[in-house]
Design a protein around this ligand. Structure first.
Ligand code: HAM
Length: 410
């Protein structure tokens, strides 16, 4: 019989508790920051009808990067590669019942059939923040302020990241001047988006258009106003970047991406923009929208580069280490009492030597232990040892919860 492999599927990750704790930390900062700006959380299923992506998305995402299958009822199904079509669908579906403006956020896992490499995987989690029905640049300003606040909340300083902004209208104007048709425009736009990653940009442009052209872009009034107003809000790491065009077809104007300034991490931490026409695909009238997506993979790389991932502490506050099996019943009653008082408590039922039990609790990163022998059982006074400081404190059971809460490091 052939053995089943323990490898996980290509391009996805297993989250062992240490990894999950980093992930929880990332989600925590995301959630806290989004809620501090008044955004409400939503979610949806990973599965969508494939049609949703055919109407509008990036060409590359739909034709080369989706996971599709036909279900048992002959339906074409796709594992969502991004959240924007889903939020647009959800809004179109209930538009009349919703109170605008909407500020919504979500942390979906997304699937893209990409070549796995540094910063790019086949499954990632992505914070999405979107604001609907605001037609002026205050939506753009808010979204950039959120982006900046999130990264600052992770401990990054403004020199460590750069917010690159552009407006597709600037490109479109240029393409019009050059007399390009729709196909040429969209191909050239994609090429410009990749400019920094390819060596023979000029040759490829010439091949596409059949002639040499000069590409220079000036910021328009909107971009200048955005940069100016952000500066006044204390955000000055924002630059006009005409090569940011974004891979998706639905953006209608303002677009942006945020980069780690460390050249080792040269992929975008996040990206987004304005997409006022996406509801058209559901035959709904236009709805102004600005939003962004921020992935966990690049973010983690960046936080690691700058040493900004907090040390892993176990969420368990206290481990009981009973010296003898005869104490298991009473110790589990005490554990229940402490849990009711708000502690996270585990019990070692291994029956192993006390030294062993302590060393395991320590390895797991549990901060407090309490060894239970005859003395503790009869007096109901416990010795609580803080494994981080080695300090021991003797307390009646009734005082343990408060003591641990006052002294725990997380
Ligand atoms: P996106 O640029 O495709 O935009 O993705 C946003 C961010 O998600 C990227 O900057 C990157 O950090 C991360 N990301 C994307 N693909 C992968 C991958 N294969 N592996 C790891 N991380 C990845 C969107 O998805 C838009 N729907 C964002 C948006 C929301 N626009 C408006 N609202």
């Amino acid at each position: 019989m052939s053995k089943v492999s323990t490898e996980n599927y290509k391009g996805v990750r297993d989250f062992y508790p240490e990894d999950q704790s980093v992930q929880n930390y990332i989600f925590f900062i995301w959630k806290e920051t989004m809620e501090s700006f008044g955004y409400e959380q939503y979610d949806a299923s990973i599965l969508e009808y494939s049609d949703l992506y055919k109407a509008k998305s990036g060409q590359e995402i739909v034709t080369e990067q989706t996971y599709n299958f036909v279900d048992r009822g002959e339906r074409d199904v796709t594992l969502r590669p991004e959240m924007t079509p889903t939020i647009a669908r959800m809004i179109a579906r209930k538009k009349r019942d919703l109170v605008f403006p909407l500020r919504w956020y979500s942390i979906p896992n997304l699937f893209r059939y990409e070549r796995p490499q540094k910063g790019r995987l086949r499954e990632h989690w992505q914070l999405n923040g979107d604001i609907f029905s605001i037609n002026n640049i205050f939506a753009e300003l808010e979204v950039i302020e959120i982006a900046s606040t999130i990264l600052r909340n992770f401990g990054l300083n403004d020199i460590q990241f750069e917010i690159r902004i552009n407006d597709r209208k600037i490109l479109n104007k240029k393409f019009e001047e050059l007399g390009l048709n729709e196909i040429q425009s969209s191909e050239l736009s994609r090429l410009i988006d990749k400019k920094d990653k390819i060596d023979d940009f000029d040759e490829q442009v010439e091949k596409l258009l059949g002639k040499k052209i000069r590409l220079d872009f000036e910021p328009n009034e909107e971009i200048t106003a955005i940069i100016d107003k952000l500066k006044r809000r204390g955000i000055s790491n924002v630059v006009f970047s005409p090569t940011i065009t974004r891979g998706m077809d639905y953006y209608t104007g303002f677009v942006f991406e945020v980069y780690d300034t460390n050249p080792e991490n040269n992929r975008a931490l996040m990206g987004g923009g304005r997409y006022d026409d996406l509801l058209n695909i559901f035959n709904e009238e236009k709805l102004p929208a600005v939003g962004f997506g921020m992935g966990d993979v690049m973010l983690r790389e960046t936080l690691e580069t700058y040493g900004l991932i907090p040390k892993h502490y176990n969420q368990t506050d206290l481990a009981f280490c009973p010296l003898n099996e005869a104490f298991f019943d009473i110790v589990s009653e005490w554990a229940t009492e402490l849990r009711e008082a708000g502690l996270n408590v585990t019990i070692d039922y291994s029956g192993k030597k006390i030294k062993d039990q302590i060393s395991k609790a320590d390895k797991r990163g549990i901060q407090f232990i309490s060894c239970i022998g005859d003395e503790e059982i009869s007096s109901k006074k416990l010795i609580i040892k803080n494994l981080q400081t080695s300090k021991e404190t003797k307390l009646p059971l009734s005082k343990v919860a408060q003591f641990v809460k006052n002294n725990r490091s997380v």
